[in-house]
Design a protein around this ligand. Structure first.
Ligand code: DGI
Ligand code: FE
Ligand code: FE
Length: 194
């Protein structure tokens, strides 16, 4: 499918507020790709599709998730975690996206994972810091994003984990693994420099 068709298909899945968020994530993802040596076109495509299923009713998300035989583990956690893997699977099977790196960035944009690729990090961070976002840590994250992709993303996972802890909610293991892996990467990079 061509980009303009994908744009229209995606826009038709969501209310205008979420479409504005999507446009913001595209813009931020392209900026981050240019800054950190990623592929701006892939960043744009993954950002465009990342929340494709987010505004489907939860029942429809669950039903589709099961029908597509996606991994069960996530079903024990917050239903907010379904829309990434779902969007990746729809992108692959219905929208003709066949670049594994793009599909992974969509799949893991909410949870993160251990050993995130550059594109995973770009999309996940763009989702946190796009211009329309407003939460207490976002100003600090935007400052950090200019100097360190990893430090900024780490601050994002910290704030999400903190938020879930405060609400007494479960934390999906991939998010903890993503945070731990980022800490290790940052430590390794500091050692390499000294
Ligand atoms: O879809 P968006 O609103 O743009 O953002 P997102 O895909 O990052 O979804 C974030 C929501 O998911 C946020 O409200 C927190 C919620 N959530 C619930 N459990 C977890 C979780 N997020 C992460 N990273 N890990 C969890 O275990
Ligand atoms: Fe999302
Ligand atoms: Fe999003």
């Amino acid at each position: 499918m061509k980009l303009d068709e994908l744009v229209e298909r995606t826009r038709s899945q969501m209310p205008s507020r979420r479409w504005e968020h999507t446009q913001g994530v595209r813009q931020s993802a392209v900026e981050l790709a240019r800054r950190y040596g990623g592929d701006p076109e892939r960043a744009d495509l993954a950002a465009l599709l990342h929340d494709y299923c987010k505004y489907w009713p939860v029942e429809q998300q669950l039903e589709t998730y099961r029908r597509l035989s996606l991994p069960d583990e996530v079903l024990d956690y917050d239903p907010q975690l379904l829309h990434g893997p779902l969007a990746a699977e729809i992108a692959r099977s219905e929208l003709g996206v066949d670049v594994p790196e793009v599909l992974d960035a969509i799949r893991y944009h909410t949870s993160g994972r251990a050993g995130m690729t550059l594109l995973d990090k770009i999309v996940c961070l763009a989702d946190y810091i796009e211009p329309g976002r407003d939460f207490p840590e976002v100003a600090r994250m935007r400052e950090l994003a200019v100097v360190s992709l990893d430090e900024s993303l780490l601050a994002g996972f910290d704030s999400t984990i903190q938020f879930l802890l405060n609400k007494g909610k479960k934390i999906y293991p991939l998010t903890l693994q993503a945070r731990n892996a980022l800490l290790d990467e940052l430590k390794r990079n500091r050692q390499d420099r000294s």
